[in-house]
Design a protein around this ligand. Structure first.
Ligand SMILES: [Zn+2]
Length: 262
């Protein structure tokens, strides 16, 4: 978690994981239409995943979105910052997944991004994307979180900057097992990077919490912005998280829920 990036690649793990992909929640059950003919399959959820500004294990990461009959996904690296939002006139995507760490977003890109959210395009924010676009205060309201790169002050009170720790094995508590994204899930363990001392907005709906001392308490939530359903998941540093079946389930359900399909 730094501009230069502290992530490392673990190719041996990538090779190990290559044969162990399990499709969770995959497939639709299509009701038979009258006359015995199968009903037409609903259109796939069209997902745009933005990366950029931070290294990651791409071959393992993209598997998070593969193996599902109802999801079509494009992963696009943002080189400048937010060029995906340069022109949204013929926007084809139902859901935006942010896994980027880009710092720049122009005024025009901000407006176009907001226009998409006003139209109801879903938004899933993963892991280090909580620190994207720090110069745009509205992004904190959209994502529900502010990552403080430096110490900060509010109403005369001084606060330390946000922190991160890699390679933490910790327990996650499912705070709401009735929400569609976390329905039926039990508490679980994960090996991942944690974030601490971020500012989490009070109006988020907590899905996941932890007592891990290197982490903020709430680590997964939903949040609505304008007409857009949103979900943030702190998990997702590397293949240790990507391979975790609970994380896989959370990501695909977050996509479906923010698309209005769950
Ligand atoms: Zn990370």
């Amino acid at each position: 978690m730094s501009l230069k990036n502290s992530c490392r690649r673990f190719l041996p793990f990538a090779l190990l994981a290559a044969g162990t992909l399990v499709g969770l929640d995959s497939g639709n059950t299509l009701p038979a239409a009258e006359g015995g003919k199968p009903a037409a399959a609903p259109a796939k959820i069209n997902v745009l995943v933005l990366t950029g500004g931070h290294e990651y294990n791409r071959p393992e990461f993209v598997k998070l979105f593969q193996g599902y009959d109802d999801i079509k996904c494009k992963v696009v690296k943002q080189k400048e910052g937010a060029e995906a939002f340069d022109d949204v006139a013929d926007w084809p995507y139902d859901v935006i997944v942010l896994y980027n760490f880009n710092q720049k977003i122009t005024k025009k890109q901000q407006k176009n991004f907001l226009d998409l959210l006003k139209k109801g395009v879903g938004l899933v924010v993963l892991h280090h994307a909580n620190a994207a676009y720090p110069g745009w205060p509205e992004f904190s309201k959209i994502a529900g979180v502010t990552f403080h790169f430096k110490p900060w002050e509010e109403n005369g009170k001084k606060h330390k900057g946000s922190g991160y720790k890699e390679g933490v094995k910790f327990r996650v508590h499912v705070a709401d097992s009735k929400h569609p994204i976390t329905k039926g899930m039990k508490d679980y363990d994960i090996h991942d990077e944690t974030y601490i001392r971020t500012s989490i907005h009070p109006n988020v709906h907590a899905l996941l919490t932890t007592n891990e001392p290197t982490s903020d308490k709430i680590i997964g939530w939903t949040k609505t912005y304008k007409k857009s359903k949103g979900c943030y998941l702190q998990h997702g540093h590397d293949e240790h998280a990507y391979r975790n079946p609970n994380y896989r389930r959370l990501v695909v359900r977050a996509i479906r829920w923010t698309a209005g399909r769950l």
